[in-house]
Design a protein. Structure first.
Length: 368
């Protein structure tokens, strides 16, 4: 019986490069694939050469593949990336919501899209350099778990993985710390062992998303009123896309006590502000749900919930709501709960699933 073939999504960074090296050592037949995602990032390559889809990153991935002695391909995903990531990103801002393009990319491109393409290469698995773990219990249920290094855990951005996909995904870095990966990359003589991490949105030239929004969706940049909870006009804003929930600086409002952004009203083109207490919310409704181990939520469940990447999860109760949505009630109010961002649910270190924050409310009557 031949070796199992795995397609490794190689971005040209240290994590995906080490992923390929580790799987090769574990006996897999490894094929490296770099995804061409956006022509815009290629055009801006001289200013943003650490982007995961820049020309230099493609070259880095190819150099790593040469060192490891594995085949390497560049696959064109520009059309689905435009539709599922860039258009989504722009449309969410137009609707007064704050998108998370990296989660959309993971969901529709790196996993669903690449898994489909991997079949053409005869591969049984797809692997990425995410810091998370997958195991299987005695009932053959695949479980997505936090990475052992909680400071680098990336399970939050993988909540969209279901049983069908989890069965074909390998995440070898989930048991390591970041300093371990740098050291091991050196031991494998990988040319990207000390390459800095990229934090930019890969398709936004120069990481200047304001200029990008002005060019791609100028209607998001229409000036409008800044109002308080009663509708009193307190000032003017430069466009809804340039504000986020919880923001205090840059509002241009003179007051003895600071104001904070508490809502973005796309219909009225209003930025709504309030005092510090108004930034907190006790509950929300989430939509576009995905569950890692079952089809839908059947009953009330006590969980820990994370409302954004990098934030600590907090105790919460989740319960089925109308039209497949989920009502989330926090044990303590959470700051800057933001529509458009993802909320992810955990039991211990196991990812149960998650969805998109749709409605933020402080009492049940608001949450319809």
């Amino acid at each position: 019986m031949g070796r199992a073939r795995v397609v490794v999504a190689m971005s040209g960074g240290v994590d995906s490069s080490l992923t390929a090296a580790l799987l090769l050592d574990q006996g897999y037949d490894v094929v490296g694939v770099t995804m061409r995602l956006s022509d815009e990032s290629r055009d801006a390559d001289l200013c943003n050469d650490r982007s995961c889809c820049s020309l230099s990153s493609v070259d880095d991935a190819r150099r790593v593949a040469d060192v490891l002695g594995i085949p390497h391909y560049v696959m064109d995903f520009t059309e689905p990336f435009q539709r599922s990531v860039i258009d989504y990103f722009l449309d969410e801002y137009l609707g007064g919501r704050t998108p998370n393009p990296c989660i959309a990319c993971n969901r529709y491109i790196k996993f669903e899209g690449l898994l489909h393409k991997s079949e053409e290469l005869g591969a049984s698995y797809v692997a990425t350099g995410h810091y998370a773990r997958i195991d299987c219990d005695g009932a053959s249920i695949y479980r997505l778990r936090k990475g052992l290094d909680l400071s680098k855990d990336q399970s939050y951005v993988l909540y969209h993985l279901n049983q069908k996909i989890l069965a074909h995904v390998l995440l070898p870095l989930g048991i390591y710390k970041k300093e371990d990966t740098r050291r091991m990359a050196e031991e494998y003589h990988l040319p990207v062992a000390h390459k800095p991490e990229s934090q930019e949105i890969c398709f936004v030239p120069n990481d200047d998303y304001k200029a990008y929004m002005r060019e791609k969706r100028p209607e998001c940049c229409r000036p409008g009123n800044i109002v308080d909870c009663l509708g009193n006009v307190l000032g003017q804003h430069a466009g809804l896309a340039f504000y986020t929930i919880g923001q205090r600086r840059g509002l241009g409002i003179a007051a003895s006590d600071p104001f904070y952004v508490i809502a973005l009203d796309a219909k009225q083109n209003h930025v709504v502000v309030g005092k510090s207490d108004d930034v907190y919310a006790a509950q929300l409704i989430a939509t576009d749900m995905n569950w890692t181990m079952w089809h839908d939520l059947q009953s009330v469940r006590e969980v820990r919930a994370k409302i954004r990447y990098g934030k600590r999860d907090a105790p919460a109760r989740i319960m089925p709501h109308l039209r497949g949505r989920v009502l989330v009630q926090f044990s303590e109010p959470q700051r800057a709960v933001t529509p458009g961002q993802s909320i992810v649910f955990y039991e211990d270190d196991i990812v149960l699933g998650g969805g998109i924050i749709d409605v933020v409310a402080n009492d049940i009557s608001d949450a319809r």
